[in-house]
Design a protein around this ligand. Structure first.
Ligand code: ATP
Length: 298
């Protein structure tokens, strides 16, 4: 019986691992289907995380040989700090996140975490160190509880509920007649964009990774949801090395550093107030967004 039990148990483990990987990768940045396979180096070691400092050193990258997307990008995110990347659509912001996750290898330069080139460590150890809050969170056809617990399948009920509270989901859950047992996903209750994002935040809180990638939703939320999400995001990014791919500037005013990208290069960097005072590309983006917010009456 024991012999039968062990492989089944192992299968269950593999299944959970795969689902876990899917949760974390969540159609990651809209990429499934066209990514080349990245393989671990034969002598790959485990990533040894010591705080989680991230460095991009002179990164050049192209998806296809005829078009360079990143043209020499360098920046670092000190341990526990938050760096936000802004810029026009197509500037290369999400590409930075994909490279950090090692969906692709860089053509030139290197990305390091605590001094280790990410090409020299196992993908499993690399991705275990990172949490992602994607633009569009995938929910499984299962209960809300199970969807939250995918963040860490061995979490206790108290831990799952605590994560839901920190992600500002508990009030919403209490309005559901079946609470945590409500079925969600394609065949269940459809959650709003903001609610789904909070599920992703709760999952990250459970996973508790030292490094966080936030790919901010492009769609604008009503101001109540936005405030709740901002609070939840602040909760999840506290004390983690965080890379925010930002579409709305209002949400990243508190970032330690803001990088402004244009056509594959960082053209400006600094704090919100300094960048505004400088009157350059960031100030222009800021004025543009504020004008369109006024025009649409939000
Ligand atoms: P947005 O704000 O619209 O999300 P972004 O700044 O995040 O834009 P990226 O997604 O990094 O931009 O894309 C940068 C450029 O790379 C774009 O011109 C895009 O067309 C191209 N690109 C992105 N993904 C791929 C891919 N898988 N294959 C080929 N080209 C791609």
């Amino acid at each position: 019986l024991l012999q039968l039990f062990i492989p089944l148990n192992a299968l269950g483990f593999v299944y959970r691992e795969i689902r876990q990987a899917l949760v974390n990768v969540e159609r990651l940045f809209g990429l499934l289907g066209d990514k080349p396979t990245i393989e671990d180096a034969s002598d790959a070691s485990e990533l040894d995380v010591n705080g989680g400092e991230v460095r991009f050193e002179n990164i050049h990258f192209r998806y296809h040989k005829d078009r360079e997307i990143l043209k020499g990008v360098s920046f670092s995110i000190p341990v526990g700090k938050k760096v936000a990347v802004v810029g026009a659509s197509g500037a290369g912001k999400s590409t930075l996140a994909r490279l950090l996750f090692r969906f692709f290898d860089v053509d030139q330069g290197r990305i390091t975490i605590d001094g280790q080139d990410i090409r020299t460590v196992t993908q499993h150890s690399l991705r275990s160190a990172m949490g992602v809050v994607p633009q569009d969170t995938v929910l499984f056809n299962d209960t809300l509880y199970k969807n939250l617990a995918y963040g860490r399948p061995d979490a206790t009920e108290e831990e799952v509920k605590q994560a839901a509270r920190l992600a500002h989901l508990d009030r919403f859950i209490h309005t559901l007649p079946e609470g945590y047992e409500t079925r969600v996903g394609e065949r269940g209750l459809k959650l709003s964009g903001g609610e789904k994002q909070r599920v992703a935040i709760a999952r990250v809180l459970l996973k508790n990774p030292p490094i966080l990638i936030l790919d901010e939703a492009t769609s604008s939320l009503d101001s109540v949801s936005e405030a709740a999400i901002l609070e939840a995001l602040n909760e999840v990014s506290r004390k983690r090395t965080t890379l925010v791919i930002a579409h709305r500037l209002s949400t990243i005013r508190d970032a330690d550093t803001i990088l402004v990208m244009d056509d594959g290069r960082i053209v400006e960097s600094g704090h919100h107030n300094d960048l505004l005072a400088r009157g350059g590309p960031y100030a222009r983006l800021w004025n543009q967004q504020n004008r369109s917010a006024e025009d649409s009456g939000t």
